[in-house]
Ligand binder design. Structure first.
Ligand code: PLP
Length: 225
């Protein structure tokens, strides 16, 4: 996004790319769409795509790729072992995050599955600012449960608090004290709390959460998707 000054002096935010791929859409009559959503039991996951005109179920893996992303796929070195592409990724991650080891995964839910299988046990409690559907599913599948520690203001639609995704630090401490740090495999903070309107947390709040985690020796997991 670029801030471009118009001849009139006005600053206009402009998307500096053009979209060149066109996918045909189907627009069913309203009667058919109503029938389809009823047949699906109001469950958008059970709809057939041909009955959907504007798909807002998720942006996960369904948005357009840039020309550079597509080109990178063609020049990627996908050799079975020792791939140059992997080495480039490894170097970049070390440069940005300073971490030597990392585990690439194809999707968020795969990461959740790995983290939950490794760390969550029967009776585990995972505090978080707000749950995400697949995250909660993986935690419960492994015998754990989620405790949400969001601000009271988080669900207030008219609040103009910029960081309604913040964790309530007092509630977080309370959950840790009540359940015992040994039963908390990790604290999870979601940057854009999807299920409560995409509200963000502040960096300051993340630092505070980190401090509490360090105090109790608990791992902090950032879901930055
Ligand atoms: C906060 C959050 N966590 C996890 C996921 C799961 O990611 P994926 O759809 O890549 O499996 C999503 C997907 O939208 C998400 O928004």
């Amino acid at each position: 996004m670029a801030d471009v000054k118009f001849y009139s002096g006005e600053n206009v935010p402009l998307e500096m790319h053009k979209v060149r791929i066109v996918q045909k859409l189907n627009l069913q009559p309203i009667e058919r769409r109503l029938e389809a959503i009823n047949e699906a039991g109001q469950n958008t996951f059970l709809l057939r795509n041909q009955d959907v005109f504007m798909d807002m179920l998720t942006d996960s893996g369904v948005n357009a790729m840039s020309d550079r992303q597509q080109a990178a796929m063609l020049v990627a070195d996908d050799s079975y072992a020792g791939s140059e592409t992997f080495t480039r990724l490894e170097n970049k991650i070390e440069e940005i995050f300073g971490t030597k080891y990392f585990l690439p995964a194809h999707q968020g839910r795969a990461c959740e599955n790995i983290i939950s299988q490794v760390y969550v046990k029967e009776g585990s409690v995972v505090p978080m600012n707000y749950h995400f559907t697949t995250t909660q599913a993986h935690i419960s599948l492994n015998g754990g449960r989620v405790e949400e520690v969001y601000l009271d203001e988080a669900l207030e639609i008219t609040s103009d608090n910029l960081f309604k995704g913040n964790m309530d630090i007092a509630k977080l401490r309370d959950v840790i004290e009540k359940n015992g740090a040994e039963n908390i495999p990790f604290v999870r903070i979601e940057t854009g709390t999807n299920l409560i309107g995409g509200q963000p947390h502040s960096l300051e709040n993340m630092h505070e959460v980190r401090k509490v985690c360090d105090e109790y020796g608990i791992m902090l997991v950032l879901d930055a998707s």
